[in-house]
Ligand binder design. Structure first.
Ligand code: GLN
Length: 532
């Protein structure tokens, strides 16, 4: 079922195989009907993770990247919606030459092809299936994987089932029945799991492990205890200690097994659990009741903490609660840094503008990401440059479109055009684009270079027509698209740390390579915390 940590399990196994010198590719199959998660509400589905090649994908791909450092691609996430849309397109073209198009074999064939396609020179493809065993939507996916197991041969395919062992407090017992039943369900559709990854909040007794092995028809060494961990970055080590990677390699008859080098995971774990101080960062958003909506931001802040050997405490705040300046300063008093993440729509935007104003006026480190940058520019336009009606066309027609709909831009060698009537799905400025940083700027110093590439996901853009008036009052445009048309970064030179970026740096941060802006922001917050 969802939230069990299948994504982390995949990512962790990928990392463990890497630690033994193998090349891995991680993929996600999502059984829902949306073509991609791009149009889904963060409340429904958590964050949308954007890849370099501009795909809007499931947030599990973020875990894959953070744990393995391998950049994900469009071809690493597929949904039922995309499969059907491909098939229907082919059917309309007449590609099926008069055949009746059916779930088996047409949908299952597309799925199998997805799993093995474009795998290059990797040693292992790890493919995670979303949803729950027994769901109607999932059936074609399981059937496709069953067939693949049969076609490639069981020496080349391994099935891992992630299952829950609930603890019933009233009885004081861990229950194995749900696991027995979900395995029974899997076997009824022809899949015998080879390894059971048993999620539990307390140790599973030897006798329960025996019972699971016997009733689920797996080897006892293949019943892997997967207990809750203090940090997600402890999971690879924990699964290694339980023998997961050994069991996987044994299945594939790898002999002799290469020794693992887990030193980087040990180092991350060591730093995380022995911080030398802490900082409080306020994150002001509108989906703060669901932290999954800001998964990569949360993780990038953790990485920023690792870079500075400190613990980052996040205070989630709803921007709508900042209904006036008084409320905003009350709530923000005492925080060491303020981060306004990406967002969509007018609701909550005034609260974000107030947060940016508070940060600017009180010399508190401010990090504005995408929408958080746009709102910081609107704030400066209104309160410093005196453009009273400054706004974004995202909120409706305005006399002063300081942030406006982007109708034309260049991707690679191609010109992209959009207008108000374009479909919403998949039509934002998406994926990695280059930017050029100004010599001597704070951001150039942090990146250690003047040329960067970062990932985007937005429809609106700071309007270059206002550049001179905004720069004149102290907010500098320190990063631009190479053609000089699209503002990518703004910063205030005489402020301890005030940076807004049009892209999403959080998507490229890793525990081993904290993103320079997150490392810099957390360092500035640390300085702030030691001043008060
Ligand atoms: N809503 C804004 C836009 O579309 C910002 C998007 C974002 O923050 N990702 O431009």
């Amino acid at each position: 079922m969802s939230s069990l940590g299948k994504g982390l399990a995949s990512a962790s196994l990928g990392a463990l195989l890497q630690s033994r010198g193998y090349k891995v590719r991680l993929r996600k199959l999502d059984p829902y009907l949306n073509v991609d998660p791009g149009t889904m509400s963060p409340y429904q589905h958590g964050e949308v993770y954007v890849t370099d090649d501009g795909a809007e994908t499931d947030l599990d791909l973020g875990h894959y990247e953070r744990f393995t450092g391998v950049s994900a691609h469009q071809s690493d996430n597929i949904t039922t919606g995309r499969i059907y849309s491909n098939i229907i397109e082919k059917e309309r073209r007449g590609d099926y030459l008069g055949a009746t198009v059916q779930v088996i074999p047409h949908v299952t064939d597309e799925l199998k092809e997805f799993v093995v396609s474009d795998a290059g020179d990797v040693d292992f493809v790890l493919c995670e299936v979303g949803g729950t065993v027994g769901d109607i939507e999932g059936l074609p996916f399981f059937e496709a994987l069953r067939q693949l197991g049969q076609e490639l041969g069981r020496e080349q395919v391994l099935f891992i089932h992630v299952t829950l062992l609930p603890y019933i407090a009233a009885a004081g017992e861990v229950k194995t029945k749900p696991t027995q039943h979900s395995v029974k369900e899997l076997r009824s559709i022809g899949i015998q799991p080879d390894i059971l990854l048993c999620r539990a909040d307390r140790p599973i007794s030897e006798s329960d492990q025996n019972k699971i092995a016997r009733f689920c028809n797996v080897k006892q060494s293949a019943v892997i205890q997967a207990l809750d961990a203090r940090s997600i970055y402890d999971v690879p080590l924990a699964y290694h200690n339980e023998g997961l990677d050994r069991e996987v390699l044994r299945h594939f008859r790898v002999e002799p097994m290469p020794e693992p080098d887990l030193s980087r995971w040990e180092a991350v774990s060591q730093t995380l659990h022995n911080p030398d101080g802490e900082v409080n960062i306020a994150v002001i958003g509108k989906y703060t009741v669901l932290p999954d909506a800001y998964k990569s931001i949360t993780e990038a802040l953790v990485h920023g903490g690792i870079a500075n050997q400190i613990k980052v405490k996040i205070r989630w705040m709803e921007s709508e609660e900042f209904s006036n300046e008084e409320d905003a300063s009350q709530a923000l008093k005492g925080v060491d840094g303020i981060l306004v993440p990406g967002g969509f729509g007018e609701r909550g935007s005034e609260g974000k503008i107030r947060a940016a104003k508070y940060a600017r006026e009180n010399n508190v480190p401010y990090f504005g990401i995408c929408f958080g940058m746009q709102m910081a520019v609107v704030e400066a336009a209104r309160n410093l440059a005196g453009i009273k009606d400054a706004s974004s066309t995202e909120f409706g027609p305005t006399k002063e479109p300081v942030v406006g709909l982007m109708t034309e831009w260049v991707k690679g060698n191609e010109k992209q055009t959009r207008d108000e009537d374009t479909d919403l799905g998949g039509t934002m400025r998406l994926g990695a684009y280059p930017a050029v940083l100004s010599e001597g700027s704070l951001v150039a110093e942090m990146y250690g270079t003047n040329n960067i590439r970062e990932r985007h996901r937005h429809r609106y853009e700071v309007n270059i027509d206002y550049k001179d008036r905004i720069e004149a009052v102290g907010l500098k445009f320190s990063g631009m698209s190479p053609d000089g048309i699209l503002p990518e970064i703004v910063e205030i030179p005489d402020h301890p740390w005030f940076v807004g970026v049009q892209y999403h740096p959080e998507l490229k941060s890793r525990p081993f390579e904290p993103h320079p802006l997150f490392a810099g922001f957390v360092a500035a917050a640390l300085k702030q915390s030691r001043m008060v």
